[in-house]
Ligand binder design. Structure first.
Ligand code: ADQ
Length: 738
């Protein structure tokens, strides 16, 4: 029977640093579960790895734990008791939310996909919407908790919570830990919301995984799917002006607790067979239970000497019974157990004993202790704590661990007999080897396993994670030559280069007034060198008037495209001015007068011939929204197209011409209609007006956008800032000549 009272004190643990700030833990489930009992709502301490790990830390440091209490709570009911060492904040969820966010998106979409079983995944937009809403709710609760110190968010149910929290609390220190695998790029990109998930996580300062492989998969996805720069060596990711640290922290268990329980738990009477192969799992298709039963059947076929001498004892805790896949799995296991028992059972022996229930800790430890073999054979598992618990309970005659290579645990537990669970024959032969292994080999293997798990226990894990979470990662600085070489070396491949660069926000930082946006000496020098290279042509594409941008850059030999490319001049090109412009100059004048009427201090109109820009960067920030709205209405009423820019709205004649058309014009006229055969194209831009060019060039060239991963863009890569653009231009200027 589990304890129904609030959790009692846990023994002090020497490895806990006591003097640090409180922690705000956020996980799908709370460390306590509410049940409707005879005395009304009753609170019960949850068990499980996460609670074991975090509960003592929160007790020591104080803090708050936010999560779902597992039942519907009347709003006035509070879970916290005044005597609690930390605060418990329940997030109520409606039935629809539980069904769509938890059973739906979390368990029918993310769970199978992240465990590399995409054929089991279901993709439902409505599930995703509710998942977003619930993740936002968790973030709001975390923001409202008004607590200093670290926010530690857990697991796949809350992948978007770091982002929502970051929006609410810019300066918060946020750490995230994923308890399940992170899938490889090929599988992850199947998720329709892959960008959102990556952006959600990148809002954290530290992102932790169990093993290195998952961290690598994540960084690979960030680099390839978002085009964000990753430093593989230090495992840092530059996300705009923020630096995100990625790490791996293999979770351990409370080794001494299991060891002690195994020493004190009474013996469990055995029926018949001499040896037990033990399986302990949540009933989940990732755990490979049917495959294990088939392997056991194969063992009995291939090695009849084990018949009537060995039993497979399979414990399965009921799990996610609301999901059809799990109901189907339960039927499948029932059937398989029936088949094997029907085929091999004798009057005194059943090959498989199958218990579909949770067992209390003491009994579990006695079963672990007394089992000759533990068969831990998931098809995929983030870590797997059962393997570790079994090892901790081997206090007598040592047993043998048969462990799937496809678990996180297998990364370190190399003394186990490692198997690939899909290969039934090899699992059968590993079981045979385990059952017949002599004592000295068993002892040597178990000694190594026990030493490591005792040392790397759950408290060591918590401390390692918290230490990393409290260290601010150093900024990566601009990309280095090796990065550019990797991104562009193969692409350029000795062909001439047509380089297109935007001006404001790309070549120069965004400043208060356009007249103050000036090139740095390095950028100007790089542009000069580029202009002098016979294998390179540079076009500066700007929303500014042609004369203005040409004067500001002031480098000879470049092509200039002003007014979003409606006017172009450059060496070897016929000067170009879009024919439709002429008829618009008067209308533009009228629109300028109308915008002048807005008359807010700090807002002004920049006239550029047939186009214009309404600037409001220098106006009161609180007025920005209304100013933009007013300008948009006037621009639309005048029949002009509008574009939002940085603290500005641009108006241009409704002519089907944009920066993308301008790029194509330059390429066609300079290199001929088959330009794609003879020249490599790179485009660098920073705002919405550049997106037209980025779209057109997708797949045709390499495109960069200055910004963070939160920026929706068609660019192939992101550059964090103008300094990164400068570094790229310098690399292009100095690269070997073709
Ligand atoms: P789970 O998928 O739940 O956890 P696991 O790590 O094996 O997997 O933990 C299962 C827990 O349930 C163990 O502590 C075990 O003792 C207990 N348990 C199983 N069957 C039981 C039974 N019949 N009676 C009583 N207790 C039983 C997720 C990830 C894992 C990761 C953990 C922690 O899927 O890969 O190791 O989180 O990060």
């Amino acid at each position: 029977m589990e304890d129904l009272t609030p959790p009692g004190p846990t023994p002090e643990h020497p490895e806990h640093p006591a003097d640090e700030q409180p922690i705000l833990a956020v996980s799908h489930r709370l460390p306590v579960t509410m049940h409707r009992g005879p005395r009304g709502l009753e609170r019960r301490q949850s068990t499980g790895g996460l609670v074991t790990a975090l509960d003592p830390v929160l007790r020591k440091r104080g803090g708050t734990w936010i999560g779902w209490p597992g039942t519907r709570l009347p709003p006035e009911e509070q879970l916290s008791a005044p005597s609690d060492p930390y605060r418990i904040v329940p997030i109520p969820l409606s039935d629809t939310e539980v069904s769509r966010y938890y059973y739906g998106l979390s368990n029918r979409t993310l769970w199978p996909l992240f465990h590399c079983l995409p054929e089991r995944a279901r993709f439902d937009r409505r599930d995703w919407e509710i998942y977003e809403q619930v993740n936002l709710r968790f973030a709001e609760a975390a923001a409202d908790a008004e607590q200093e110190g670290l926010v530690w968010i857990h697991d796949y149910q809350l992948l978007r919570t770091p982002l929502y929290l970051r929006r609410l609390r810019r300066g918060a220190r946020i750490a995230f830990f994923l308890h399940i695998p992170f899938p490889p790029f090929d599988l992850f990109r199947i998720l329709p919301w892959y960008r959102e998930v990556l952006r959600g996580l990148l809002a954290a300062d530290l992102i932790g995984f169990h093993v290195e492989g998952y961290a690598h998969n994540f960084m690979d996805c960030v680099e390839r799917l978002l085009g964000v720069r990753v430093d593989w060596q230090s495992r840092r990711i530059q996300q705009g002006e923020r630096t995100v640290q990625v790490g791996h922290f293999p979770l351990g268990i409370d080794f001494d607790l299991f060891d002690q329980r195994a020493r004190s738990a009474p013996r469990v009477a055995r029926e018949g067979a001499e040896k037990v192969v033990l399986g302990v799992d949540r009933l989940d298709y990732t755990k490979g239970i049917p495959e294990r039963i088939l392997a056991f059947e194969r063992l009995l076929e291939l090695h009849p000497e084990h018949r009537e001498r060995v039993t497979l004892l399979q414990l399965a805790v009921p799990s996610r019974g609301e999901v059809t896949e799990y109901q189907r799995l339960k039927r499948e296991i029932d059937e398989l157990v029936g088949n094997v028992n029907g085929r091999f059972a004798t009057a005194t022996w059943s090959p498989i004993r199958y218990l579909y229930r949770s067992v209390p800790p003491d009994l579990l430890c006695a079963l672990y202790r007394d089992a000759e073999v533990a068969a831990v054979t998931p098809l995929r598992d983030g870590m797997n704590l059962v393997a570790k618990e079994y090892v901790a309970c081997q206090v007598d005659d040592p047993g043998v661990l048969v462990l799937s290579r496809l678990t996180g645990a297998a990364e370190t537990m190399q003394e186990a007999l490692l198997v690939t669970s899909y290969n039934v024959d090899s699992v059968a032969s590993a079981l045979h080897r385990a059952l017949t292994m002599d004592e000295s080999e068993r002892r040597s293997r178990m000694l190594g396993l026990r030493r490591r798990e005792r040392q790397n226990n759950v408290y060591v894990w918590v401390n390692a994670f918290l230490r990393a979470a409290q260290t601010t990662p150093a900024a990566l600085g601009p990309p280095r030559d090796a990065d550019f070489e990797r991104w562009l070396g193969g692409f350029l491949n000795g062909l001439p280069l047509a380089l297109f660069v935007d001006y404001d926000g790309t070549l120069t930082p965004i400043v208060d007034h356009p007249s103050r946006a000036l090139l740095s000496d390095n950028t100007r020098a790089a542009l000069r060198t580029l202009a002098s290279r016979p294998d390179t042509n540079v076009t500066v594409v700007s929303g500014r008037a042609l004369a203005g941008v040409r004067e500001l850059v002031g480098v000879e030999g470049l092509t200039y495209a002003g007014n979003h490319g409606m006017e172009i001049v450059g060496p070897g090109l016929e000067p170009f001015r879009h024919e439709a412009l002429a008829g618009f100059e008067e209308k533009t004048e009228e629109l300028a007068r109308s915008l002048d009427e807005i008359g807010a201090p700090g807002a002004w109109v920049e006239k550029k011939g047939a186009t214009l820009t309404f600037h409001f960067r220098e106006a009161e920030e609180s007025a920005h929204h209304d100013l933009a709205e007013d300008a948009r209405l006037r621009i639309e009423a005048a029949g002009f197209d509008l574009r939002d820019a940085h603290c500005a709205v641009e108006a241009r004649p409704p002519i089907a011409w944009d920066k993308g058309q301008a790029v194509l014009h330059v390429l066609r006229n300079r290199y001929g209609p088959d330009w794609a055969e003879s020249v490599r194209v790179i485009y660098i831009g920073d705002d919405q007006t550049d997106e037209d060019a980025l779209h057109i060039l997708a797949g045709l060239g390499v495109t960069f956008r200055v910004g963070s991963a939160d920026t929706p863009t068609a660019a192939s890569r992101l550059l964090s800032n103008v300094a990164a653009v400068e570094a790229l231009l310098s690399w292009l200027a100095e690269r070997a000549r073709s």
